[in-house]
Design a protein around this ligand. Sequence first.
Ligand code: NAD
Length: 258
Amino acid sequence: MSDSLRGQRVLITAGASGIGLATVRRFLQAGAEVHFCDIDAEAVQAVRRAHPQASASVTDVADEAQVLAMFEQVAARWGALDALVNNAGVAGPTCRLEDMTLQAWQATLDVNLTGVFLCARSAVPLLRAAGGGAIVNISSVAGRLGFSLRSPYSASKFGLTGLTQTWAMELGPADIRVNAVLPGLVAGDRAERVISARASAGGLPPEQVRASLVEKVSLRRMTQPEDIANQVAYLCSAEGAIISGQCISVCGNVEYLG
Ligand code: NAD
């Protein structure tokens, strides 16, 4: 890849762990300027210690006032933005439809959809000020395949497809590209939590759940967070400059979800 990411001003949400942290590192390695946020203050401090060149904020993306304050900080630092990576997303409950509480449903949509909306809305004036740029929404293969026991998660990730396609149309004339990346089973804490939740919900040993998940992947292995970060970087680079409105699976081809 060319060095077109060098000097780019990039905001990454939920950058203190997992895919978000891999993305922070990927952009820093490429010479980009990075601001990341996370709801977890201690994790933000730890990442800042490791990567002092990045700026950071403790921000809950579902909270309008906190998102507005973060974008004020970013506007004060850069005055413009080249890329927004909407990575923050929660797994939500693992339970049957008839047992789902409204509160659990709403809490998932608040982060996974409203959080993306709030960040994108504030990013647009700054992307316009840069003369164009990129928004990358981190979705999931649960945004193209049904996922039993995970209704609000699946609904929120299918919703991101609508936002991605709609915003690509609205913002394309301003040279702002909008794409989604759909991870499948990504190695890390989140996958371990999903495996335990499914094991307890189904009364199964975790190893059996893990094997059944990997069996649904054509390449028969988990994706690494760096695989997702590389795709995000590509979409923000000069090589990705003609790609917009696309929802791209980076998952070893998850064939179905149980
Ligand atoms: P993770 O659980 O490892 O990390 C999530 C981070 O988000 C944490 O640091 C947490 O503190 C932060 N966070 C949670 N709520 C927040 C909020 N309201 N505001 C700001 N930060 C918040 O997650 P991950 O696995 O790296 O997932 C990142 C994204 O990738 C999510 O959108 C997720 O849905 C998607 N995804 C992950 C997988 C996977 O297997 N890991 C698969 C498909 C999609």
